[in-house]
Design a binder for this molecule. Structure first.
Ligand SMILES: *Cc1c(COP(=O)(O)O)cnc(C)c1O
Length: 468
């Protein structure tokens, strides 16, 4: 038995994996990873995989990065953890100061959680609670975009709209207001991104005008709807949204969990719209992909609405046990050092341009509807019919065939349903990008060459998307 098989069998005897129909592993090998280095992951049989998706979008400076590793090691020997209520420590203070300095102007306070979904819950609760404290308790609802994703806890699911993740749990969810996404995949032929995003804003404007008295906040993923298939839109939408939220007295929550830290071409996506949200939620790449942590940045106005004598019960009495964990803070500080010292945002421009050139030809493929890109995220939309942009039925799992092929060729390239995407660590080289483009092209050929027949259970929804 190979070492991979040995570990796979032990794993499958005990573990229950995230975002997985475990029965798939009767066919699909589970890959036990022994070590990582830079963009590479290596399994127990010595096979290497180029991590094209940054291990679920977290790893920006490569695996086993010595600069992040050393910082964590030093922190382990100094202070591994202390509760953050009533106590503080140097890494969390320094990190908060730096995040406030780097974030869009006006964000002055940092609250920590220990994963992205929890960070979203913090922002939702803070916004809701702010309006109560401000004497407007009727403002209780949240506005979300169709096809959005904000995490898997119950309130975070409520403000999401990817049916695969939320449909089953509908009876548990909050009652939100859903507005059509500015997603430019749906633009009419000949219409550019800016015009489309601008036109789609009319739906948002109407909802805000009609419902502002009952709305606490609008929540969006700036520029890229990640789990919804790397769908993209123009920054003008955010500029218009900020103005409308101000005019109607509604908070704006920017979920930059996936797009923050350089993914879109600027450190934060909101910068491209020249806006400051009322809440900026960060996670994923915040720690370079080393440790789970989320940060919610907000304004002094929000902070002051909670600041009062204890008996008024205006305080935000929310906590997660590992809030502000020193090891995670150390990883985040090392990550920010790398951004600063290596001039990463600038260097990424050349890499992003290379990625665009390397994948441009895939747009000519008869089963590719579009190749789109925002900074260091590039997506290839597979379609059953190019002219009508008809998607492959989700049950055919075309993306899974691309995934399997890529594994064989030594790449971790895990599509979101019909969307094959590259979201690589920033330490990738142009040659490695070329390799990924080649593997993606081969995978798409294989995945779309033949008809796939699948049994569709009665009553199955039409719009499900395979998980990423
Ligand atoms: C991943 C993600 C989340 C959820 O973060 P978790 O750490 O997985 O809970 C929320 N919003 C967006 C945009 C994400 O990509």
């Amino acid at each position: 038995m190979s070492l991979n098989d040995h570990w796979m069998q032990r794993d499958l005897a005990t573990l229950w994996h995230p975002c997985t129909q475990m029965k798939d592993h009767e066919q699909l090998p589970l890959i036990p990873i022994r070590r990582g280095e830079g963009v590479w992951l290596e399994d127990f049989d010595g096979k290497r995989y180029l991590d094209a998706v940054s291990s679920w979008w977290v790893n920006v400076f490569g695996h086993a990065n010595p600069r992040i590793g050393e910082r964590i090691k030093a922190q382990v020997d100094t202070l591994e953890h202390v509760m953050l209520a009533g106590f503080s420590h140097q890494p969390v203070i320094e990190l908060s100061e730096r995040l406030v300095r780097l974030a869009p102007p006006g964000l002055a306070r940092v609250f920590y959680a220990d994963n992205g979904s929890s960070g979203i819950e913090v922002a939702l609760k803070m916004s809701f609670h702010y309006w109560r404290n401000a004497g407007q308790p009727g403002k209780q609802r949240f506005v979300t975009l169709t096809n959005s994703y904000h995490g898997e806890t119950v309130a975070a699911m409520s403000v999401g709209d990817v049916a695969l993740f939320t449909e089953t749990y509908r009876p548990l969810l909050l009652d939100t207001l859903k507005v059509p996404s500015p997603d430019c995949w749906h633009r009419a032929p000949g219409v550019d991104w800016e015009t489309h995003s601008r036109q789609m804003f009319s739906h948002m404007e109407r909802t805000l005008a009609e419902h502002h008295h009952e709305i606490a906040a609008v929540i969006v993923e700036p520029l890229i709807q990640g789990a919804g298939g790397m769908r993209m839109y123009h920054p003008i939408y955010l500029t218009l949204l900020r103005e409308a939220c101000d005019r109607h007295g509604v908070h704006l929550i920017a979920d930059e969990i996936a797009v923050g830290f350089g993914r879109t071409g600027t450190l934060f996506a909101c910068e491209q719209a020249g806006i400051t949200p009322d809440f900026l939620v960060l996670s994923k790449a915040l720690t370079g992909g080393y440790l789970p942590m989320a940060a919610v940045l907000t304004t002094d106005t929000v902070y002051q609405a909670f600041y009062d004598d204890y008996p008024t019960l205006r305080a935000f009495l929310h906590s997660h046990t590992y809030t502000g964990n020193p090891l995670a803070c150390a990883a985040a500080l090392a990550t920010l050092d790398i951004f600063e010292q290596d001039n990463v945002i600038e260097a990424n421009r050349a890499l992003a341009a290379h990625m665009g050139r390397a994948c441009a030809h895939l747009a000519e493929h008869p089963q590719v509807g579009e190749v789109r890109q925002t900074g260091m995220a590039l997506a290839i939309e597979l379609v059953a019919d190019k002219a009508s942009k008809t998607p492959y039925p989700w049950q055919e799992r075309r993306g899974l065939a691309v995934y399997r092929h890529a594994l064989q060729r030594g790449a971790l390239l895990r599509p979101l349903g019909n969307v094959v995407y590259l979201l690589p660590p920033y330490v990738i080289t142009p040659e490695q990008i070329d390799f990924l483009a080649e593997v993606a092209g081969e995978g798409i050929d294989l995945a779309t060459r033949t008809a796939v027949s699948v049994a569709v259970p009665a009553g199955a929804p039409a719009e499900f998307r395979d998980p990423g």
